[in-house]
Design a protein around this ligand. Structure first.
Ligand SMILES: Cc1cc2nc3c(=O)[nH]c(=O)nc-3n(C[C@H](O)[C@H](O)[C@H](O)COP(=O)(O)O)c2cc1C
Length: 376
C-alpha cells in the first residue's frame, strides 16, 4: 500500500509536518502539557494566556503580575518539553493584551494568535522592535471576510506588514464565538460558507503584494475526514479545540475532561458571556442558576477584560472558568465545541493524531488527492 503524508503547513519559513493547530484554550486548559505534546507530534501546540496567573499561581483575579509572570514561566516550561512549534493565544479583549503579546515576543514563541477582538492597535515601539525583526509569526483569528478585510487593510496601511496566518473560526467552535446569537445556527454563517469568502479576501492581498498567507479553518472539525473536507475547500490546515480537551496531556483536571465524556448533545448550550460575546458551553446547575437570575457576588479589583461590565455581570467569568478547570463544576462551567458530545474516551495526543491521520488518508483513498506520497 502506498503510504501518504498529510500536506505540510507552511507559514513563511516555519513548517509544521501536520497541518493541525491545537486552538488556545483558556482558562488553564491548554498550557505546557498539551501544547508541548501536540508540538512533539509535528502539529502546532498553543498555550492560552488568559487567566494563567489564576491557574498557575492560584492567585485571585486581582493579581495582574501573576498573569504576566505565569505566562513567561509557562512558555519556558513548554520550550523545555519540545523542540516543535509552539504558539501563544492572546485575546484582544484582555486589558493586558499588549503586555501578553510583548512576553510572547520576548520569549520568542513561534506564533502569536490574536482573537476575540480586532488586533489592529499596537504601539509603534512594538511594531518597530518586533514586527519585522522577530522570528515570531503573527496570526489573527477571524469569523468573517469583513473582519479579515478590516484587519489586513489596517495592517497594510499602519504597519506595512500583513499577518503571517489567518485562522477562520466558524460557529461550531468552543468558547467565545465571533457571531451574533441568531447567526450561530444559520447555514449562511457556517464554516463551509465563510471559509471560501475569507480565502477570497486573503487572496486579493496575496496577489497584489506577492505574498502567501495560509488560511486555517476551525470550529466543529472532529475527524480526519472533516480535515480532508475543510482542506478540499481551500484551507491550508485546521484548528481544533474540543478533541484536544479529551486527551491525557490536556492541562485541565480529570473532572473537567470527564464532563466532556459524560455529556449529551442537548447539554451543549449557547450562553451570553460577560465578555460581551455568545459562547458555547456545557449546561450545568451553575449556568441554570445564572439563567434563573442567581448572582454569585465577586470582587473585581483588576478588570481583566476590556468588555466586561463587572457591575452588571452576575458572576466573574474568570473565576467560573478557573473553578471548572480545577473540577469545581458546581462553581463554574466548561466551554466546549458543538461536537463535545461525541467524545467517549480520553486518549493520548499521539493516539488522537494517529486517528486523525488515518481518517484523512481514508478520505484521500475514497475521494481523491490532497495527501502527498511519503518520502520514506
Ligand atoms: C474549553 C475551550 C476554551 C477555549 N478558549 C479559547 C481562548 O481562550 N481563546 C481562543 O481564541 N479560543 C478559545 N477556544 C476556541 C478554540 O481555540 C478552538 O478554536 C475551537 O474550540 C475550535 O472548535 P472545536 O472545539 O469544535 O474544535 C476555546 C475552546 C474550548 C473548547
Amino acid at each position: 500500500m502506498i503510504k501518504f503524508e498529510m500536506p505540510e503547513l507552511k507559514i513563511g519559513d516555519l513548517i509544521a509536518k501536520i497541518p493541525i493547530i491545537q486552538g488556545g484554550m483558556g482558562v488553564g486548559i491548554s498550557l505546557a502539557g498539551l501544547a508541548s505534546a501536540v508540538a512533539n507530534e509535528g502539529a502546532i501546540g498553543v498555550i492560552s494566556s488568559v487567566g494563567i496567573g489564576m491557574v498557575k499561581k492560584r492567585k485571585t483575579a486581582d493579581d495582574k503580575n501573576a498573569n504576566l509572570e505565569g505566562l513567561r514561566e509557562e512558555i519556558q516550561l513548554t520550550r523545555s518539553k519540545t523542540k516543535g512549534i509552539i504558539g501563544l493565544n492572546v485575546m484582544v479583549a484582555l486589558t493586558d493584551f499588549l503586555e501578553l503579546v510583548q512576553i510572547g515576543f520576548e520569549e520568542q514563541v513561534d506564533i502569536i494568535f490574536m482573537g476575540a477582538g480586532l488586533p489592529i492597535s499596537f504601539p509603534q515601539e512594538m511594531v518597530d522592535k518586533y514586527f519585522f525583526n522577530s522570528k515570531t509569526k503573527l496570526g489573527v483569528i477571524v469569523s468573517s471576510e469583513r473582519a479579515t478585510n478590516l484587519i489586513l487593510k489596517t495592517w497594510e496601511k499602519k504597519f506595512n506588514r500583513l499577518p503571517d496566518i489567518v485562522v477562520v473560526e466558524g460557529p461550531k467552535a468552543g468558547g467565545h464565538l465571533g457571531f451574533k446569537k441568531e447567526q450561530i445556527f444559520d447555514n449562511d454563517y457556517s464554516l463551509e460558507v465563510i471559509l471560501p469568502k475569507v480565502i477570497e479576501e486573503v487572496k486579493s492581498f496575496e496577489e497584489r503584494l506577492n505574498i502567501k498567507i495560509p488560511v486555517i479553518a476551525g470550529g466543529g472539525v472532529y475527524t480526519g475526514e472533516d480535515i480532508y473536507n475543510i482542506m478540499k475547500l481551500g484551507a491550508s490546515g485546521v484548528q481544533m479545540g474540543t478533541r484536544f480537551v479529551a486527551t491525557e496531556e490536556c492541562d485541565a483536571t480529570d473532572e473537567f475532561k470527564q464532563h466532556y465524556v459524560d455529556c449529551q448533545e442537548d447539554d451543549i448550550v449557547i450562553i451570553q458571556s460577560p465578555v460581551g460575546l455568545p459562547g458555547r458551553a456545557l449546561n450545568n446547575d451553575f449556568l441554570k442558576g445564572v439563567k434563573a437570575g442567581v448572582k454569585t457576588p465577586f470582587k473585581c479589583p483588576w478588570k481583566c477584560l476590556k468588555t466586561c461590565d463587572y457591575t452588571k455581570s452576575p458572576y466573574c467569568i474568570a473565576i467560573a472558568l478557573t473553578n471548572a478547570r480545577w473540577g469545581l463544576l458546581s462553581h463554574g462551567f466548561a466551554f466546549c465545541g458543538s461536537n463535545a458530545y461525541r467524545v467517549d474516551k480520553i486518549v493520548t495526543v499521539k493516539q488522537l493524531i494517529e486517528e486523525l491521520k488515518e481518517g484523512f488518508y481514508k478520505a484521500v483513498q475514497n475521494y481523491g488527492d490532497l495527501a502527498v506520497p511519503a518520502t520514506n
